[in-house]
Design a protein around this ligand. Structure first.
Ligand code: CMC
Length: 430
């Protein structure tokens, strides 16, 4: 919806253009700049997309100043308290909470697709035992495209939805297989009588020769962490999925690209980074030294789990996770010195002028690692957990984009700063 127009005038040529001001249902009004190149001959410059709305979306809303996160209008606090991961996934995909019948049907469909093709299992043998699980995830999820490509009609909504279901169903099976490969244990088949997170824990921690009972505390905590990580509007990995998807690429290739983007330490890789950082800090006396390192512009070190492009007050997900950390440690009876260290680090950083001035607060990943560790999940699998949870967000955005009748290939422009046109010089004359 257009509010009114803004006028942009080129003072040199006197040419003007009317720029429509678009109003969403929530959030900042947005200037439609599409007409500028055609009418004034300029591009807009916004490296790292700090001010650019790359698409219209109806899925998730964030107000970074107020610390608000809504999925399809529902506050994250309410979903965290009352929903479960599969219901949240349904909400993200379909736009409404399911009724009982819809929920049962969705849950049955997701359970039905949990197995992976037997020949896919042989892929794991090609990786060294110490391959990072995120590298295996990228490879194996991408290779699902080889199994689901020929019959896939990208113009058929039902085909797209089945791909979305397959992704949500099969990624936990693949993730657990990555873990099993890294510890040399047999890959465990899914059990479709278990809930989503229970099944994941079962496939990761059970062995074929013994009975295994999934801990309800672990399943509950994982379910909550998955809700908190399910979607976050146009973040780097979701934007990657959309960009790759805009070319009409196979959905499994799109999600593999999303996994690749998520792996970086500035994004989902931060949860692994936090634990490694806490281990490096070691004890409370060393905190000031690391705070100084983080402030030193000549040192690339950053406090992992601190700061966010959008949240400039607090990350509502971090507030929930912090509380859950207490509960999980209490319920599991685990006394983890890392949690105490994390709390002290948070306390010191939040009083430090550098962090206050730049509005750097703990983000969702500052505490998630402490919980994963308490659940027995190895550090190298932390970002994989994030990827599993974010899959519902990725597929929701991919479906939204694919359903947009005005959708076009994503193709940014650039401010070229390279050499001017020049003539080729033969090798012997250079
Ligand atoms: N430690 C020290 N200084 C920091 C940090 C940090 N963690 N984060 C930002 N800064 C400084 C930065 O050096 C810059 O200072 P100055 O203005 O003096 O140049 C200022 O704060 C603004 O930083 P920025 O890099 O322009 O901010 P950004 O919006 O581009 O980056 C971020 C956001 C999350 C990548 C960054 O804060 C960061 O690297 N944090 C650590 C990694 C992390 O925890 N990532 C997880 C993000 S939440 C989960 C997810 O969405 O994936």
């Amino acid at each position: 919806m257009s509010l009114k127009n803004l006028t942009l005038t080129d003072n040199e040529t006197g040419k003007s253009i009317e720029l429509p001001l678009l109003e969403g249902t929530l959030g900042n009004p947005t200037i439609d700049v599409k007409g500028i190149p055609g009418q004034l001959g300029y591009f807009t410059h916004d490296p790292s997309f700090g001010t650019t709305a790359s698409c219209e979306s109806r899925i998730t809303f964030i107000d970074g100043d107020k610390g608000i996160l809504l999925h399809r209008g529902y506050p994250i606090e309410q979903l965290a308290e009352k929903s479960n991961y599969l219901e949240t996934a349904y909400l993200l995909i379909h736009g409404e909470l399911p009724n009982k019948e819809q929920y049962d049907e969705f849950s049955t469909v997701i359970r039905r697709h949990t197995m992976i093709n037997e020949s896919l299992k042989t892929f794991f043998g090609g990786f060294r035992h110490d391959a990072h699980p995120m590298s295996m995830m990228m490879g194996v999820v991408g290779s699902l495209a080889a199994f689901y490509h020929e019959g896939l009609n990208m113009n058929d909504e039902e085909h797209l939805m089945i791909s979305a279901h397959r992704l949500i169903s099969k990624l936990p099976t693949i993730a657990a297989a990555c873990y099993k490969h890294s510890i040399g244990e047999p890959i465990v088949y899914p059990r479709n009588d278990l809930e989503y997170c229970e099944n994941l824990l079962y496939m990761m921690f059970s062995v074929p020769c013994e009975e295994y009972v999934v801990s309800p505390v672990a399943a509950k905590a994982l379910n909550l962490l998955f809700i908190l990580h399910a979607d976050h509007e146009q973040n780097a990995s979701t934007s990657t999925v959309r960009l790759v998807g805009s070319t009409g690429a196979n959905p499994f290739a799109c999600i593999s690209a999303g996994i690749a983007a998520l792996w970086g330490p500035a994004h989902g890789g931060a949860n692994e980074g936090v634990l490694k950082m806490l281990e490096e800090i070691g004890s409370v006396e060393n905190i000031p030294k690391f705070i100084e390192k983080a402030k030193d512009k000549n040192d690339p070190f950053r406090l992992m789990g601190f700061g966010h492009r959008v949240y400039k007050n607090f990350d509502p997900r971090a507030t929930i996770i912090r509380e859950v950390c207490y509960q999980v440690l209490e319920e599991t009876g685990i006394k983890d010195p890392m949690f105490g260290l994390a709390m002290k680090l948070e306390e010191i950083a939040l009083k430090d002028e550098y962090f206050v001035e730049r509005k750097l607060y703990p983000n969702v990943d500052f505490y998630s690692g402490v919980i994963y560790k308490a659940l027995g999940i190895p550090v190298s699998m932390f970002t994989v957990m994030f990827a599993l949870a974010r899959t519902s967000g990725w597929v929701s955005h991919w479906l939204e984009m694919m359903g947009d009748p005005d959708g076009r290939i994503g193709r940014p422009r650039q401010l070229y700063m390279g050499a001017l046109e020049r003539d080729y010089i033969p090798l012997e004359k250079r």
